[in-house]
Design a binder for this molecule. Structure first.
Ligand SMILES: Cc1cc2nc3c(=O)[nH]c(=O)nc-3n(C[C@H](O)[C@H](O)[C@H](O)COP(=O)(O)OP(=O)(O)OC[C@H]3O[C@@H](n4cnc5c(N)ncnc54)[C@H](O)[C@@H]3O)c2cc1C
Length: 386
C-alpha cells in the first residue's frame, strides 16, 4: 500500500512538473514558433532536463520507468501547450519500446541509456511513398552480406528524421515470403553514409518539427543491429509498438481538444452579443457541454487502453477505440471552438486556428481511422464468434 502511494505521488509530481513547464515555457511562445515553423530547440532541451526522453525507459537503463498511463497524461499536458512537442517524443519512445521489448541484451545496453538521456534520439521508419496503411507492401530491402545488412529503399513521412540519431527501419529481409509480413524485419541504423534525408514535407499543421523522406542507398548496418537477432519478426514487433503509439495519439488529441475547449469557454464569457456574454446564450452552452463531455469520454478511453497495456494485456481493441474516438472528438471540438470565437477563431490572433490545423493529423497518424475501425471490427468479430 505504502509503495503504491509513493509511486502515485511520484507520477503525479512528474505530470505536475510537465504542466508547470507547459504553462510557463510553452504556451507563451508556441504560437510564434509554430507560425515560423521553427524547431523548438530550447523547449526540447528543457524536455531533456525533465527526463522526458526516458519517460517509459526502465530505471535500470537510466529512464524514469513510467507506465503508459502516466506517459499518456504527460502527452496530454504537452499537447495542451503544443502538439508538436509530443511528436518529438512519440517515435523516440516507440523505438525505445521496441528495444526494451524485443532487443537483445547487447542492443538494450548500447542504445537505451543514451536514449533515456536524450543523447540518442529515435525515429521510426515504416511508411514508404507507395505504402502506408498496407505495411506489408513495403519495398525497402535488407540483404545480408557477411557481417552487414545492405539496405535500399525510401521511407516517407518520417518524423524526427533530421534530429534522430537512431532509426528503426522496417525492411524486407525475405521479399518472397508468403504471407509477406513474415519477410519483414526491423533493423536499427545510425546516421552514416547511405542514409540521407532527401526532403522535408511541408504540412498543414504539426509544424516546428520535421517530417521527411529518408533515402537509403547501399546503406550498410552491422548484422548485429537486427532487432532481437531473428529475421521475419518485424511486422509483429511494430504492430505491438503501435498500440503504445495509438495511446500517444489519443492522448495528444485529448490535449489539443482540452486547449480548444479552454479557449472557447474563456472567450464565451468575455464576448458579448445582444446585451449579454455569448456564454449566456443556450446555443453556445450546448456546444460547451458537448465538447467537455466528449473530451472526458476520450480521456477515459485513453487511460483505459493505457492501463490495459500497463497490465501487460493485449490492447489493440482498446487503443484503437481510444485513438478513433479521441481524434474524431478533437477534430469536432477544434471546429466548434472556432465557431464559438466567430471571426476571431479564423485568425492567427488566437490559437484555435492552430488546433484546427493540428487536429486532422490525429485521424491519420499511427493508422488512419478507417484502419482503426477495421482493427476494432476484427477484434469484435473474434470475441463475439458464434
Ligand atoms: C505528419 C505525419 C507524420 C508521420 N510520421 C510518421 C513516422 O514517423 N513514421 C512512419 O513510418 N510513418 C509516419 N507517418 C505516416 C502515416 O503513418 C501514414 O500516412 C498513415 O499510416 C496512412 O498511410 P498513407 O498516407 O500511405 O495512406 P494510404 O494507406 O494510402 O491510405 C489512403 C486512404 O485509404 C484508406 N484506406 C487504406 N486502406 C484501407 C482499407 N483496407 N479499408 C478502408 N480504407 C482504407 C486510408 O484510411 C486513407 O483514407 C506520418 C504521417 C504524417 C502525415
Amino acid at each position: 500500500m505504502t509503495s503504491s502511494i509513493t509511486r502515485t505521488e511520484v507520477t503525479d509530481e512528474v505530470v505536475a512538473a510537465v504542466r508547470r513547464f507547459v504553462e510557463r515555457d510553452v504556451i507563451p511562445i508556441a504560437g510564434e514558433l509554430e507560425h515560423r515553423d521553427e524547431y523548438p530547440h530550447a523547449l526540447v532541451a528543457r524536455m531533456k532536463e525533465l527526463g522526458l526522453f526516458g519517460a517509459t525507459i526502465p530505471v535500470e537503463f537510466g529512464g524514469l520507468g513510467l507506465d503508459v498511463t502516466t506517459y499518456a497524461r504527460i502527452v496530454e499536458e504537452l499537447s495542451r501547450g503544443w502538439m508538436s512537442l509530443s511528436g518529438v517524443l512519440n517515435t523516440h519512445l516507440m523505438v525505445a519500446y521496441l528495444l526494451r521489448e524485443y532487443g537483445t541484451t547487447e542492443q538494450k545496453q548500447r542504445y537505451l541509456p543514451a536514449m533515456a538521456r536524450g543523447d540518442h534520439r529515435g525515429a521510426l521508419c515504416l511508411t514508404e511513398p507507395h505504402a502506408g496503411s498496407d505495411v506489408q507492401r513495403i519495398r525497402t530491402t535488407a540483404v545480408r552480406r557477411g557481417d552487414v545488412y545492405v539496405l535500399n529503399g525510401s521511407k516517407m513521412f518520417i518524423t524526427n528524421a533530421r534530429t534522430a540519431t537512431i532509426y528503426a527501419i522496417a525492411a524486407k529481409t525475405d521479399p518472397q515470403a508468403n504471407p509477406p509480413y513474415k519477410g519483414i524485419s526491423v533493423i536499427l541504423g545510425e546516421k552514416g553514409p547511405g542514409l540521407s534525408v532527401s526532403r522535408d514535407i511541408h504540412k498543414l499543421g504539426y509544424k516546428g518539427i520535421e517530417t521527411c523522406e529518408v533515402h537509403l542507398e547501399d546503406y550498410q548496418v552491422p548484422a548485429a543491429n537486427l532487432l532481437g537477432g531473428s529475421e521475419g519478426r518485424g511486422f509483429l514487433q511494430v504492430m505491438s509498438g503501435l498500440e503504445v503509439g495509438r495511446v500517444n495519439i489519443a492522448a495528444r488529441a485529448v490535449g489539443v481538444a482540452t486547449a480548444a475547449f479552454e479557449q472557447a469557454i474563456r472567450y464565451a464569457q468575455q464576448r458579448e452579443t445582444f446585451g449579454k456574454p455569448i456564454a449566456q446564450h443556450q446555443a453556445i452552452q450546448l456546444k460547451l457541454a458537448d465538447m467537455a463531455t466528449k473530451i472526458q469520454a476520450a480521456r477515459l478511453l485513453t487511460y483505459h487502453a493505457a492501463e490495459k497495456k500497463d497490465r501487460g494485456e493485449r490492447a489493440d481493441l482498446e487503443a484503437g477505440m481510444a485513438k478513433l474516438f479521441a481524434s474524431e472528438t478533437c477534430l469536432e471540438v477544434a471546429t466548434e471552438a472556432m465557431r464559438v470565437l466567430g471571426g476571431y477563431g479564423y485568425t492567427a490572433e488566437f490559437p484555435v486556428e492552430r488546433y484546427f490545423r493540428d487536429a486532422p493529423l490525429m485521424i491519420i497518424g499511427e493508422g488512419t481511422n478507417e484502419i482503426q475501425r477495421l482493427v476494432i471490427a476484427r477484434q469484435l468479430l473474434e470475441r463475439h464468434k458464434i
